[in-house]
Each structure stands twice: as structure tokens, then as C-alpha cells.
Design a protein around this ligand. Structure first.
Ligand code: SF4
Length: 329
């Protein structure tokens, strides 16, 4: 299969067989996201999906875990998803679970019976873009859900036995609001009990609508030091989590990562974060700003290139490209 777009999935899925069932994201509206902005959303035909299953089987593949791509596969109509899951079972009866990204609104559109049927056909982990614990930030970022909807969706998938994993984003609340966001997020995570939390700290690309907000002055970006401090506070607050959470935090722009299981590993994670904080307190502020297309993203020189040279703004939105995963193992 000719994969279209950027492969971006949680690190826990790096060994899964990635089976695209759609191209892009049917929502494609989050202000900070440039993953699928250049792609025309479409659902792949059953024939294309079956050919890919056949190809892997003919290579003697026998995946235990399958990850359905792309941006929000769980939002597909339930009947269609069930047909895909049945086909997976026919080709790979030993497959133990099928995981995918989901949106809160996509979950809420499904009935409890539909959720149960999907669980019975192998769906286990759903990765939700929670991003923030603050309602006004969800609105500003055009996330298409609010916190009470997120609580409801998570409770409903957990009730049928599915496992919820949270994607969060330090820096999403902007400069000066990192502690407020850390406290709200930690409270949300403790109540909702995800199995995994992945922090993809803000990575500002000049193609995204949020870039225009920065240029207008309606969003002030937090620097990397503030994002690391925000993450430190989240980890510190998760030290009294009643359930273990596997935490993985990526600050790709400065190539910093902190991971562990909270609460067990909170001490060593905080130590690592404190070392990074001490280091970046001695540096000029660093802002995660990039332009270009993955995998050839380029860093901006103090933001000057991306903010001052409009020719870097992507004007070729229909062009597909292939690249490697953004997250690292
Ligand atoms: S963050 Fe997720 S839901 Fe939002 S536009 Fe990107 S892929 Fe779609």
C-alpha cells in the first residue's frame, strides 16, 4: 500500500502493524495540528484494505497488534469498522487487539451497543487527543469537544472494557498559563485513569492556523523551558495517582524525552526534568518553531524565518508526501 501522509502514532504502537483505513482526518480542524492538513480526507475502500491484509499475510506476517490509521479511525461508521474488524479476524485470527485514534465526538456518536460490538470484535486501546484540562483552551484550539463531553466519552468506552490513552500537549495554553494547565490536566487524568499518557509538547508549524494567531498576537507561545516546567508539575501532581499510568513526554524540538510509570517513577522523572530546567534556565529562550515538510522539517533561526518570510508558508496543500514517524522510540 502506498501510505499517504505522516505516520504519527503513540510510541506504544511502534511495533503494531499499521493498517490505514482512511487518508487524513475527517475533522482536520484543531488549530495546532498540521498532520493531515495537506491531504484530502477520504475513506479507503474495502478492496484496498483487503489487498494490504493479503500482502502482509503473503509475507508470513502474523500481527498480534494492529493499529488502524489515520487521524481518527474510530470515527468511521460502526458498520464499516465492524466489516474491517471481521476481515482482520479472517486474515489474522491470532491478532489480539486492534487499536486506533479516536475523537471525543466520534465516541459520543456511537451507542453503548455499538461500543460493545466494537469491543467484542477486538477494539482495545483508543488514543484520545485530550491536550488540555482547560475548557477555554479547548474552545480556542477548536478541539470540537469540551471537558464534560470528554468525561462522558471516556466513561462510556471504559464501561465496555476499552482502554483509554491520553495525548496531551504542554504549551497548549500559551505563555504564562502552564501551571494552571498542569493542575487542570493532572486533575483530569487522575479522574479519568488513562493507561498511557503521551505528551507531544507543542511543535509550532507555520502551516497551522495557530501560527496566524501568534502573528496577530492573540496567542503567545510558551518557550521550551516553560513547557518542561509544566511537565514537571504534571508529573509531580500525578505522584498520588491511585492507578499506575505509563507516561511518555516528548519535546522533539530540543530532543528531550522523559518517561516512566507514575507514581512509581515520579522521583527519577522529576530529577531528569529538574536537570533539564537547570540547563535551559541558563539558555536564551527556545521556541519550537518549524517550517518545511516532514521529514525535512527545519528549525527557524530564533523564529525569524518562519515569522518574517511568508514564502515558507505551504502553498501546495494538495501535495501528498511520505515520511517517517515523528515520535521517537
Ligand atoms: S489533532 Fe487529531 S482530531 Fe485534531 S485535526 Fe489533528 S488528527 Fe484531527
Amino acid at each position: 500500500m502506498n501510505y499517504e501522509g505522516q505516520i504519527c502514532r503513540a510510541p506504544m504502537e511502534r511495533a503494531s502493524f499499521m493498517l490505514p483505513v482512511m487518508v487524513g482526518c475527517s475533522y482536520n480542524g484543531c488549530k495546532f495540528c498540521n498532520l493531515f492538513r495537506h491531504l484530502k480526507y477520504r475513506v479507503l475502500s474495502m478492496e484496498v484494505i483487503e489487498n494490504e491484509l493479503k500482502r502482509v499475510k503473503e509475507c508470513n506476517g502474523s500481527p498480534k497488534k494492529i493499529f488502524l490509521g489515520d487521524g481518527n479511525a474510530f470515527d468511521l461508521p460502526t458498520d464499516h469498522l465492524l466489516s474491517i474488524l471481521k476481515m482482520i479476524r479472517d486474515y489474522f485470527p491470532k491478532c489480539e487487539m486492534v487499536n486506533m485514534d479516536a475523537t471525543v465526538t466520534g465516541i459520543l456518536k456511537k451507542t453503548d451497543e455499538e461500543l460493545k460490538a466494537l469491543y467484542d470484535c477486538g477494539v482495545r486501546h483508543l488514543y484520545l487527543g485530550i491536550e488540555t484540562g482547560l475548557n477555554d483552551v479547548l474552545v480556542f484550539m477548536n478541539k470540537d469537544h469540551n471537558l464534560s463531553q470528554a468525561y462522558e466519552a471516556i466513561e462510556r468506552i471504559q464501561n465496555v472494557g476499552m482502554i483509554y490513552d491520553a495525548h496531551i500537549m504542554t504549551g497548549v495554553a500559551g505563555k504564562g498559563r502552564s501551571m494552571e494547565n498542569a493542575e487542570a490536566l493532572a486533575a483530569f487524568l487522575k479522574k479519568t485513569r488513562p493507561a498511557h499518557v503521551v505528551n507531544f509538547s507543542m511543535f509550532m508549524h507555520n502551516e497551522v492556523p495557530l501560527y496566524k494567531e501568534v502573528a496577530k498576537g492573540t496567542f503567545v507561545q510558551a518557550d521550551e523551558l516553560e513547557c518542561i516546567k509544566e511537565e514537571r508539575r504534571i508529573v509531580e501532581l500525578l505522584a498520588d495517582s491511585e492507578t499506575p499510568i505509563v507516561y511518555d513526554g516528548f519535546h522533539d524540538f530540543i530532543e528531550f524525552r522523559v518517561r516512566g510509570t507514575v507514581p512509581k517513577d515520579c522521583g527519577k522523572m522529576i530529577k531528569k526534568l529538574d536537570e533539564a530546567i537547570a540547563h535551559y534556565e541558563e539558555e536564551e529562550p527556545i521556541y519550537s518553531r518549524v517550517y518545511g515538510q516532514c521529514p525535512n522539517l527545519q528549525r527557524c533561526d530564533n523564529g525569524a524565518d518562519v515569522w518574517e518570510n511568508p514564502t515558507y508558508i505551504c502553498n501546495d496543500l494538495d501535495k501528498s508526501f511520505k515520511c517517517d514517524t515523528i515520535s521517537k522510540d
